[in-house]
Design a protein around this ligand. Structure first.
Ligand code: BLA
Length: 238
């Protein structure tokens, strides 16, 4: 199922004029220490975005992951697109989080950027579990309409494919509209908020422990700081 979603994501990226960028072999594909799992990543150049990354981890029945983050250009203050989908096959457990990750927690900002996500949230009551977040602060870089599901097989096979495609469509429609709008937040401030996003997420990401156990500490540290959240190194610019 996650391969189908990955194909849907790739199709949307290509439709937006996305071109795949080269990334180092070190991050492009990494096999686990035991050799039974693999993590692959892609980087896309998409008009209007400064960075769009995609990661797919395949640890068989234990765990399947699809993760993607799209950062608009600094001249565009719209939310960052965040997707994190985990399927624990042995336990038949789904953890899925999809959000327009806001740069600001502010009513005017929400009114401007969240009509689409609000409409989706209304249609999918099984994606309303954001009250059970452990490692993140819901009020930081998550929206009040974050689509969050802790579910099982039914949500995985029935709700998720529909919601995933509606979510992407809605984000990309908004991105097309936002290209015509003038940002309310200055370029420098958007850049600062993107740096803060990377710092915040690199500190919280519950994946670090998992990466360490599958791929070793050195690789996990580099992957987090150089591929997933490279702007964490710009700490001194904020
Ligand atoms: C949760 N994400 C998790 C968990 C893991 C990962 C292991 C804990 C699972 C659980 O709660 O049962 C794994 N995250 C990964 C992996 C990658 C990754 C393998 O980034 C590989 C690249 N996380 C994001 C993005 C969002 C996000 C973009 O990377 C936003 C949409 C959210 N992940 C997110 C949230 C949780 C989570 C909110 C739940 C954590 C909590 O309960 O506080």
């Amino acid at each position: 199922m996650l391969n189908t979603l990955l194909n849907d994501l790739n199709r949307n990226i290509l439709d937006c004029g996305g071109k795949e960028l080269e990334i180092s072999d070190y991050f492009r594909e990494k096999k686990s220490l035991k050799g039974d799992s693999v993590i692959r990543s892609w980087l896309w150049s998409v008009p209007g975005f400064r960075r769009w990354r995609v990661t797919r981890m395949d640890a068989g029945e234990k765990l399947q992951v699809l993760n993607s983050v799209a950062y608009p250009e600094f001249s565009n203050d719209m939310p960052i697109m965040g997707i994190d989908i985990l399927w624990f096959g042995v336990k038949q457990k789904l953890v899925a989080i999809l959000d327009f990750q806001p740069l600001l927690q502010d009513k005017d900002y929400f009114d401007l950027h969240f009509q689409g996500l609000q409409a989706i949230k209304k249609s999918f009551s099984d994606f309303s579990n954001s009250n059970i977040m452990n490692s993140y602060d819901v009020n930081k870089y998550f929206s009040p309409w974050v689509l969050f599901c802790r579910g099982g097989q039914f949500e995985m096979n029935s709700s998720l494919p529909v919601i995933f495609n509606r979510f992407l469509q809605s984000y990309l429609d908004h991105y097309k509209q936002s290209m015509e709008m003038k940002s309310k937040i200055s370029i420098d401030e958007v850049k600062r908020l993107h740096i803060c996003y990377d710092i915040y997420n690199s500190e919280r990401d519950p994946a670090h422990g998992l990466f360490k156990s599958y791929f070793g500490k050195d690789w996990a540290d580099s992957f987090l700081s150089e591929f997933l959240f490279p702007y964490m190194s710009l700490k001194d610019q904020i």
